[in-house]
Design a binder for this molecule. Structure first.
Ligand SMILES: Cc1cc2nc3c(=O)[nH]c(=O)nc-3n(C[C@H](O)[C@H](O)[C@H](O)COP(=O)(O)O)c2cc1C
Length: 370
């Protein structure tokens, strides 16, 4: 082993808005499949997030929490749609706050990437563009419903703040509803919410402005956004960067660059092991955001090796390294990096962590217990 990595740039702090993040490691949002009745967080969430914080990751972003019932994506998902949830959230940030780590709630709406049996109605989208994967033909949202959506995101952020979360991440990636508004492929509207880049970005602009009006400038708000949908008529980096540039002066505190839509047959969670040169499959896009913005940029996509992470930050390509699957397998990976006990994640990117019975490493589940 190579000894302590304490002095690496990866262990230097950086602010996201007003939140001091003790190092450059981020747990990227990861659906937990652990919610109880009505989407409430449980002791299993508390234990998961305590373990991640004790494992040293500087910023934890929770799995996506739906802002209203029509926006649920899958069973076991956390809700952020009711004030009664605030008390039930509270133990989670409390468990993290015994450590230097910070925790943001990811707030989301699934749009058309869901099922009617979950939402209790025809799934909603900016336009009625059928989804060949979910086999859903969504219903076009009315203007009134769009205003309601904006309010629901603002209220979800207010609940996160009241519960003690250190910030929120607005999920505007992966073909979910806000990503659907940004994408020219799924947004065919001809009113103020579709057409030009400005119009397609209106919903995220109103959400951010509304959160700022409700919570002030100090509460950290970041966004996860697709650089590319991987669809011929989808969102492309140049436009996605223009959206981020529009949001920056309105008080966006950071941007995590992702990509893909279910419909494209190429999502955000690419399976399989890659060489060191291929790690960071969305970092190339993130670099372009970094060049255009002053706020911190989070890079992700199959990043597994410490020296690759260090190079990404050292060379100024990104400010933070976001990891999802590696921290399912080894919640204490960052601590082990720091102590020189690991050089790379043992994650196989097999994607068997998508476990409806609760987030867990499929490769470890397969092994007989000692
Ligand atoms: C089990 C699982 C659940 C996920 N849930 C979410 C989620 O709730 N919100 C989100 O934005 N991304 C989600 N992702 C995507 C990750 O945040 C991340 O962008 C992606 O897995 C690539 O990073 P990785 O190679 O380090 O895993 C999920 C990924 C996995 C494996």
């Amino acid at each position: 082993m190579n000894g302590t990595k304490e002095r690496s740039i990866l262990f230097s702090p950086l602010k996201v808005g007003t939140a001091e993040i003790p190092n450059r490691f981020v747990r990227s949002a990861t659906h937990e499949f652990l919610a109880g009745k009505d989407g409430r967080m449980t002791e299993r969430h508390r234990d998961l997030y305590r373990a991640l914080a004790e494992g040293g990751v500087g910023l934890i972003i929770t799995g996506h929490a739906y802002v209203n019932r029509a926006g649920i994506a899958s069973p076991g998902q956390t809700a952020a749609d009711d004030d009664r949830l605030i008390e039930l959230f509270r133990p989670v940030p409390e468990a993290v706050h015994g450590t230097p780590s910070k925790i943001f709630l990811q707030i989301a709406h699934a749009g058309r990437q869901t099922k009617e049996r979950l939402t209790g109605g025809v799934p909603l989208a900016p336009s009625a563009v059928p989804d060949p994967v979910s086999k859903v033909t969504p219903r076009e949202m009315t203007e009134g419903e769009i205003h309601g959506l904006v309010r629901d995101f603002i209220q979800a952020a207010r609940r996160a703040a009241a519960a003690g979360f250190d910030g929120v991440q607005i999920h505007a990636a992966h073909g979910y509803l806000l990503s659907g508004f940004l994408s020219p492929h799924t947004n065919r509207r001809t009113d103020a919410w579709g057409g030009s880049t400005e119009n397609r970005a209106r919903v995220v602009v109103e959400i951010l402005a509304g959160i700022r009006a409700e919570l002030g400038r100090k509460f950290p708000v970041i966004m996860k956004i697709n650089a590319s949908d991987f669809l011929p008529s989808g969102l492309e980096p140049e436009e996605a960067i223009a959206v981020a540039r529009r949001l920056e002066p309105l008080g966006l505190d950071g941007v995590e660059v992702s990509g893909g839509m279910a419909e494209a047959g190429r999502g955000s969670v690419w399976p399989g092991l890659r060489t060191e040169d291929e790690e960071g499959y969305f970092v190339g896009d993130a670099v372009r955001f970094k060049a255009a913005l002053k706020i911190p940029v989070f890079g992700l996509g199959g990043i597994r090796t410490f020296r690759v992470m260090e190079r990404f930050v050292q060379e100024g390509r990104v400010d933070f390294i976001s990891l999802s699957r590696p921290l399912v397998r080894e919640p204490d990976l960052v601590r082990r990096f720091r102590l020189g006990q690991a050089e790379r994640s043992a994650c196989l990117s097999c994607n068997k962590c998508f476990n409806p019975r609760g987030l867990s490493c499929g490769d470890l589940r397969k092994r007989p217990s000692p």
